[in-house]
Ligand binder design. Structure first.
Ligand code: G3P
Length: 223
């Protein structure tokens, strides 16, 4: 399983890459708007930092507009993945952009049911992105969509990647990994939380205190 960061913030991306565990980035119009950056410039800046897939979303809602934007976005950088909403017009665009000699890599986004994920995969999406947290927000079991998709793709031999998105907590990551998600995309805060354990901090503090005490003792014995 790979970890992507779900952010357009450069400092967060640099830190995640420095830790050696971030292998891609997902953005969406809300995340880019939050940074106040020019869309294309920010995507290119991210591509300079991360050597992996970087999702950039179309904003058109008709197939022709999505295809036009997708064809443009794919020229920005070889690692750019075109993100397309999973609506009927989106399926047409996914099919048109992938069923060609030079297929565009697509991340089908805004997936809230196994059927939407299945359709996006059948249309040609490389990544299908179920939004777990937003389903949990309305008292539906978001993880069930990941689990169902993992089973469907396994049984049917479908090669699209399940990219679990809208994760809100470290336990979401554990459960998505156990369900068979190929990728999880996380807010930076969740990545930080994944590493936190009070016993690690207490244990390190104790090791260092014992080490310091032994060094002081050794100095005393030498004098
Ligand atoms: O990648 C999808 C993600 O950005 C949605 O997350 O937290 O806005 O539901 P959230």
């Amino acid at each position: 399983m790979r970890i992507f960061l779900d952010t357009a913030n450069i400092d967060e991306i640099r830190q995640g890459v420095r830790w050696g565990v971030v292998h891609g980035i997902t953005t969406n119009p809300s995340l880019v708007a939050k940074e106040g950056a020019n869309f294309r410039d920010r995507v290119l800046e991210i591509c300079d930092i991360v050597d992996g897939p970087v999702s950039a979303e179309v904003t058109a809602t008709d197939a022709e507009g999505m295809i036009e934007q997708g064809e443009d976005i794919r020229t920005w950088h070889p690692n750019v993945v075109v993100k397309i909403p999973t609506i009927p017009e989106g399926l047409t665009a996914i099919k048109a952009l992938t069923d060609r000699p030079d297929p565009v890599t697509i991340n089908a986004t805004l997936i809230f049911s196994p059927n939407q994920g299945l359709l996006a995969a059948l249309a040609g999406a490389t990544y299908v992105s179920p939004f777990l947290g937003r389903l949990d927000d309305i008292s539906h079991d978001g993880m069930a969509v990941v689990s169902d998709l993992a089973q469907i793709f396994r049984v049917q031999g479908i090669r699209s990647n399940i990219l679990a998105a809208s994760l809100r907590a470290p336990l979401h990551v554990v459960r998505a990994a156990k369900c068979g998600a190929h990728v999880v995309t996380l807010p930076f805060a969740v990545l930080e939380q994944m590493m936190k354990h009070p016993l690690t901090d207490i244990g390190l503090e104790r090791f260092l205190a014992d080490w310091e005490a032994s060094q002081a003792e050794a100095i005393l014995q030498r004098v």
